[in-house]
Design a binder for this molecule. Structure first.
Ligand code: FES
Length: 118
């Protein structure tokens, strides 16, 4: 089930924002006109990834606590100390509104693709 979370215009390029979806923290990251949605909890310890720095060129977000960088497309850590992936959620834009589908609701639909459909 897709959840409306905000308007596309509410998200600034190169930034991350935290939203709650079904009780889960989700970090929404905008890079240019592309959106990404990942779990807003570092896999190394319980810290918010949305407070970290976005690298638009590398398409990663860096955990502010110890510096692990996570791919926004796969959720895999690119640097230590994190070793486990974070969830990648579905995200799409329709009529200027942003919708997220949690990863656990997407299982069985072809994997972790995370493309923006407009
Ligand atoms: S809590 Fe994120 S790298 Fe340690």
């Amino acid at each position: 089930m897709a959840h409306r979370i905000c308007s596309f215009a509410d998200l600034l390029p190169g930034t991350a924002r935290r939203f709650e979806v079904e009780g889960q923290g989700v970090a929404i990251v905008r890079i240019g006109d592309d959106l990404h949605a990942i779990g807003d909890r570092c896999s190394h310890a319980n810290f918010s990834l949305s407070q970290g720095e976005v690298d638009s060129d590398a398409c990663t977000i860096e955990c502010w606590k110890h510096g692990a960088a996570f791919s926004l497309t796969t959720g895999e850590p690119q640097t230590l100390p994190a070793t486990k992936a974070v969830p990648v959620h579905g995200i799409e834009v329709s009529d200027g509104e942003v919708y997220v589908t949690l990863e656990n609701a997407r299982r069985g639909d072809g994997g972790r693709k995370n493309e923006v459909a407009r």
